[in-house]
Design a binder for this molecule. Structure first.
Ligand code: RTP
Ligand code: MG
Length: 140
């Protein structure tokens, strides 16, 4: 399988509860490597544009408000099949449906406050990495 890179976000509910290290450990244990990392306070404009695909969904306003409620940790994860592997480690969007051992099963509070984001395709990963990081910030 090819070496891929994917964008991961440790969301406000998790940074607020000081879970950054525990979440990163799950990615590392699964064989993913952190090749870029920064903690930022997103603006409403940034969060709104990042989630533009969900603009028409009923939860969009709530999602943007949540994503700017506390700082987030943005990371690029690298590894074999990193895009699918990251989503496997995250678990289902709704923690009630997430498998045992996944990040969302262990840490998520609700379907909205679900601790992590991960790119869902090669195209999303390319867009999302470029949205937050310059090439110089990626150190493989
Ligand atoms: P993500 O994009 O954050 O990795 O999560 P995902 O693919 O599993 O979920 P997606 O359908 O793309 O939804 C993006 C984020 O919106 C919030 N959400 N809230 N209240 C709700 O019904 C609802 N549905 C989705 C979650 O924070 C979800 O991760
Ligand atoms: Mg998604």
């Amino acid at each position: 399988m090819a070496i891929e890179r994917t964008l991961s976000i440790i969301k406000p509910d998790a940074t607020k509860r000081n879970l950054t290290g525990k979440i990163v450990a799950k990615f590392e244990e699964a064989g993913l490597r952190v090749v870029a990392s920064k903690r930022v306070q997103l603006t409403a404009a940034q969060a709104g544009e990042f989630y533009a695909e969900h603009k028409e969904r009923p939860f969009y306003g709530e999602l943007v408000a949540f994503m700017i409620s506390e700082p987030v940790v943005l990371q690029v994860l690298e590894g074999e099949g990193a895009i699918a592997k990251n989503r496997e480690v995250m678990g289902a969007t709704d923690p009630a449906a997430a498998a045992e051992g996944t990040i969302r099963k262990e840490f998520a509070l609700s379907k909205g406050e679900n601790s992590v984001h991960g790119s869902d395709s090669e195209a999303s990963a390319a867009r999302e990495i470029a949205f937050f990081f310059s090439g110089l910030e990626l150190v493989g």
